[in-house]
Design a binder for this molecule. Structure first.
Ligand code: COA
Length: 390
């Protein structure tokens, strides 16, 4: 039976910092961020936005198109959890008014977490083809002010509806995957900013890509040329170029000219360049960008996906784009959301960065900023209070 991604919806913050502004303040050439990292803007969440509001806002357009009682599995991948015990999935379950007959849990493995959710959901839908699973990935990427990782911050959420006979992407069963205990990026419980050995992380990313690809190639007999497009996890979009060239080298193919690399990966980078790293959502944000923006009709074509979570877990897999997929995208909403964001000054960015939700157990009502369809309206005796904005 065919299983895969039936609908895909993306959400990011309504505020951004232009990286040219950050470059100026940090005394760095703007080209380093724009060309060297491949990033233009980073999404900055206001005080009343978190992974729950981002994920619920991503999922809501999907819910408007299906019977919510069909969802019996809700998996939420994140490293930016709002509670050490309660799953963020349950806050979203409540906001979306899902059926009580539903398994709802949170999954953690850095930026790989939503892929773990996706693979579990695919196996579950194989067993329950009349039901659907909702897989969420949402994160707020934070590094220390002034650190090398700072220009790669961002935030966003992805919602994937997983079903039998999906309308967008039938996922192939063969995958290559790799687990290894490494310290390239981590965030101890007592820190709100990640620690990262960025150069080492990039090396591990590329070496686990090669190992996952080799497994995939053996399992499928496919060559790189059999993949019409390639989507990658994107801590910064320049890494996708390096990854694609690394695969070419592995296949002993001469490095393709820039316009060919652009054709293979360019459209998939469009959203991430504007949001920055969205960790668990990042790979699927790039899938959404590809399907929304590729000028060619990809119906019937096979695309590859590479997921990487520091620590580390990596997986290379693929899927076939379904005929008529363009009729089932949220492309207009995605483009409008990115186009209508509010630019922050450097001072505003730093103020928001330094803000932390009160931890004193008192009653706090938060001022309303621009958010998606849901917001964190306050905290009362350590209980987070969410509400719809419309
Ligand atoms: N014009 C164009 N390119 C420029 C430039 C300029 N003026 N100045 C520098 N660059 C290029 C560099 O040559 C380099 O490109 P290369 O990698 O192809 O050589 C790139 O910009 C980055 O410069 P570099 O000096 O290596 O940056 P850095 O030391 O400040 O750190 C990262 C870069 C990626 C290591 C850092 O941003 C980071 O740690 N990011 C987080 C990574 C991450 O999230 N990992 C975990 C998840 S996978």
């Amino acid at each position: 039976m065919n299983v895969g991604i039936d609908l895909i919806s993306f959400q990011t913050s309504q505020y951004f910092l232009d990286l040219a502004t950050l470059a100026q303040v940090r005394g760095v050439e703007a080209e380093k961020y724009r060309a060297g990292l491949g990033q233009e803007r980073m999404a900055v969440p206001p005080p009343d936005e978190d992974i729950v509001t981002l994920a619920a806002s991503a999922a809501k357009p999907i819910m408007e198109k299906i019977n919510s009682n069909d969802i019996e599995l809700l998996l939420f991948g994140t490293e930016s959890g709002v509670d050490q015990s309660k799953a963020a999935a349950l806050f979203v379950h409540g906001l979306l008014n899902l059926s009580k007959r539903c398994r709802a849990v949170e999954i953690k493995e850095a930026c790989y977490a939503a892929t773990a959710g996706l693979q579990l959901a695919l196996a579950w839908v194989q067993q329950h083809p009349d039901k659907k699973a909702l897989v969420l990935g949402a994160d707020i990427a934070r590094y220390d002010l002034g650190s090398p990782g700072e220009p790669t911050q961002g935030c966003g959420a992805i919602a994937l509806l997983i079903s039998a006979n999906p309308r967008l992407l039938v996922l192939d069963p063969e995958t290559g995957f790799h687990a290894e205990n490494v310290m390239d990026f981590w965030r101890p419980n007592y820190r709100t900013e990640a620690l990262v050995d960025g150069k080492y992380s990039t090396l591990v990313y590329l070496s686990t890509l090669v190992d996952s690809w080799r497994q995939y190639r053996v399992a499928t007999g496919r060559k790189l040329g059999d993949l019409a497009r390639s989507c990658f996890h994107l801590p910064f979009t320049r890494l996708a170029e390096k990854a694609y060239v690394r695969l070419c080298r592995e296949e002993k193919i001469p490095e393709p000219p820039p316009d060919e690399i652009q054709r293979k990966i360019g459209p998939s980078l469009l959203y991430n360049r504007q949001t920055g790293n969205t960790y668990a959502a990042s790979l699927y944000e790039s899938v959404a960008a590809l399907l929304d923006n590729d000028p060619e009709d990809l119906s019937g074509q096979r695309i590859s996906l590479f997921s990487y979570g520091s620590g580390c877990m990596a997986e290379f897999f693929s899927g076939v784009v379904q005929p008529g997929y363009r009729e089932h995208l949220f492309a207009e909403r995605h483009r409008r959301m990115l186009a209508e964001r509010t630019e922050l000054t450097y001072r505003q960015y730093e103020d928001v960065f330094r803000y932390h939700v009160p931890a004193d157990g008192g009653d706090h009502v938060f001022a309303p900023y621009r958010t998606g369809l849901y917001r964190l309206q306050g905290i009362k005796q350590h209980v987070r209070l969410y509400a719809a904005t419309t």
